[in-house]
Design a protein around this ligand. Sequence first.
Ligand SMILES: Nc1ncnc2c1ncn2[C@@H]1O[C@H](COP(=O)(O)OP(=O)(O)OP(=O)(O)O)[C@@H](O)[C@H]1O
Ligand SMILES: [Mg+2]
Length: 265
Amino acid sequence: MTEPEPETTSEFPPLLRCVDVTVRFGGVIALDRVSLDFRAGEVCGLIGPNGAGKTTLLDAISGITAPSAGQIHFAGADATRRSPTWRARNGIRRTFQRQQCFGWLTAQHNVMTALEWHGGGGGLLADLARSPARLRREKARRQRAAEVLELCGITSVAHLPAARLPLGTARIVELARAIVDRPRMLLLDEPTSGMEEAEVEIFDHAVRAVRSEENCAVVIIEHDVGLVMRMSDRVVALDLGRVLADGTPTEVRSHPEVVAAYFGR
Ligand SMILES: Nc1ncnc2c1ncn2[C@@H]1O[C@H](COP(=O)(O)OP(=O)(O)OP(=O)(O)O)[C@@H](O)[C@H]1O
Ligand SMILES: [Mg+2]
């Protein structure tokens, strides 16, 4: 029996548009005129062989790498030249291919760092006077962090420094940090590498929750084809910087060029 296809979310307008995005590193063309739309409420799996340009695409969307040509539009605004900070503050959050927790901070504080940019309100004076408004904000932040730690199943390790956590748990902390500020777009670069099976289940559950509660657009780079096909509404396959296929999991899995470039190797 074949699994039913996840419901399509094409009724949502594109939240982010890549238009002919090209990224060159010297003579290497990492992305070659990539045009893709990502919609709110849609989980998009991004697959492709090593060096296909997957991470470069997330770097271009999150502002870490400036495209050599092409444009990136986010929520109707031209974001092509916007800084990574602008993009993060406007709701584009990500995790990295290599785990990037702050090792000396506890899991809870790692998560709370993503909320710090909102500020405490009232400046130094409010800080010194311990103003009620300041304390209320601080409490709200702790509550939000606690909620996300719980969603991600890491409440019991919240007080431990991230450096003392196993890799899979640290990966979950990264996910919690990426979702705590209610992102509009969540970019995940090989998020399950190093996770145990039970952690992958928690990851799957948390991503589904953020997708449905925040109507978030999610892009997941994932080498576990079974997982990506199960989690995604849509799958995009890249090879040599180009879009090879873009469609439902079933369409992409049976696409001849994808089979040759990805599954066939
Ligand atoms: N900073 C850089 N300088 C030079 N070349 C780079 C740089 N970053 C990426 N590349 C090259 O761009 C191409 C795409 O790399 P990218 O990391 O995006 O691939 P990927 O699909 O994420 O691969 P993997 O599955 O191995 O993570 C590769 O040929 C890579 O060597
Ligand atoms: Mg990569």
